[in-house]
Design a protein around this ligand. Structure first.
Ligand SMILES: N[C@@H](CCC(=O)N[C@@H](CS)C(=O)NCC(=O)O)C(=O)O
Length: 214
C-alpha cells in the first residue's frame, strides 16, 4: 500500500492513523495541486486532495475517514469500532465534521492556510463567525469529555483523532481551547501519543510554508 500525504490537516490525520496502527505502508509525499501534477493525481483522486491510499488489487481510496476505516480493518484493530460502539463513533465523526472540526477548519483556513499559501488576507468577519461556531460546539464537547478520557469512554477511537484534526495546527488558528479544561486535557492526552504528536517523524516531507508572522 502507498499513502500519499502532505503535512496539512487531513493527510496528517491519515498518517497518524497509519503510524498508530503500525501499518506497513509506503509513505509518499505528494502535491496534487502543484503545477503539472494534476494529470498524475486526477486518476487517483478526482478532487486532487490528500490523503490518497493506493491498494494492491483494489480501487484507490480517498477521504481520510474511509482510509482510517480500511487501515483499522487491515490491522484487525478496534480503533475504528466494529462492535456496538460503532454507531456512537460514527455519530461523533459526523458531528465533528458539521460542528467542532468545521469551526476549527474555518478559523484555521483564515489564520493559517490562506496566509501560508498566499491565497488572500485573513477575513476577520469569517474568523469571528468561526469562533462563534467553535464556542457553540466546544461547550458540547467539553460536557462530553468532562466525565471520560475519550469520546467513547476509556479507550481511544478514530472519533478522537477525527475530532482533533485541526488542534495540532493551533499555533496558526489560535483557537481558545484553554477556556475548556476537559478539551485541553483531552488534547494533552492525545499529544502523549507519539503517532499523534509527531506522525511525520522519519518521513521525507517538506515543512509547510511558514506563516508570514513566524
Ligand atoms: N474530506 C477530505 C478532505 C481532504 C483535504 O481537504 N485535503 C487537503 C489538506 S487538509 C489537501 O489535500 N490539500 C492540498 C495539499 O495538502 O497538498 C478528507 O477527509 O480526506
Amino acid at each position: 500500500m502507498k499513502l500519499y500525504f502532505s503535512r496539512n490537516p487531513n493527510p496528517r490525520l491519515a498518517v497518524a492513523v497509519a503510524q498508530l496502527l503500525g501499518t506497513e505502508v509506503e509513505f509518499q509525499f505528494a502535491e496534487p495541486m502543484a503545477p503539472g501534477q494534476s494529470e498524475r493525481y486526477r486518476p487517483l483522486n478526482p478532487n486532487l486532495l490528500l490523503p490518497i491510499l493506493e491498494r494492491s488489487g483494489r480501487r484507490t481510496l480517498w477521504e481520510s475517514d474511509a482510509i482510517a476505516c480500511w487501515l483499522s480493518r487491515q490491522a484487525g484493530s478496534n480503533f475504528w469500532r466494529t462492535d456496538d460502539d460503532e454507531p456512537e463513533m460514527i455519530r461523533w465523526i459526523s458531528w465533528a465534521k458539521e460542528n467542532f472540526m468545521k469551526a476549527c477548519d474555518a478559523v484555521h483556513w483564515e489564520r493559517g492556510t490562506k496566509l501560508r499559501y498566499g491565497i488572500g488576507a485573513c477575513d476577520d468577519a469569517m474568523v469571528e463567525e468561526g469562533l462563534r461556531q467553535f464556542h457553540k460546539a466546544a461547550v458540547i464537547l467539553e460536557g462530553e469529555l468532562s466525565g471520560q478520557s475519550w469520546l467513547l469512554g476509556d479507550v481511544i477511537s478514530f472519533a478522537d483523532f477525527r475530532m482533533a484534526t485541526f488542534l495540532p495546527f493551533n499555533d496558526a488558528a489560535r483557537l481558545p481551547i484553554e477556556e475548556y479544561p476537559s478539551i485541553k486535557r483531552w488534547s494533552d492526552r492525545l499529544n502523549q501519543i507519539n503517532a499523534w504528536r509527531d506522525p511525520f517523524e522519519k518521513l521525507d516531507a517538506p515543512h509547510l510554508p511558514a506563516l508570514p508572522f513566524d
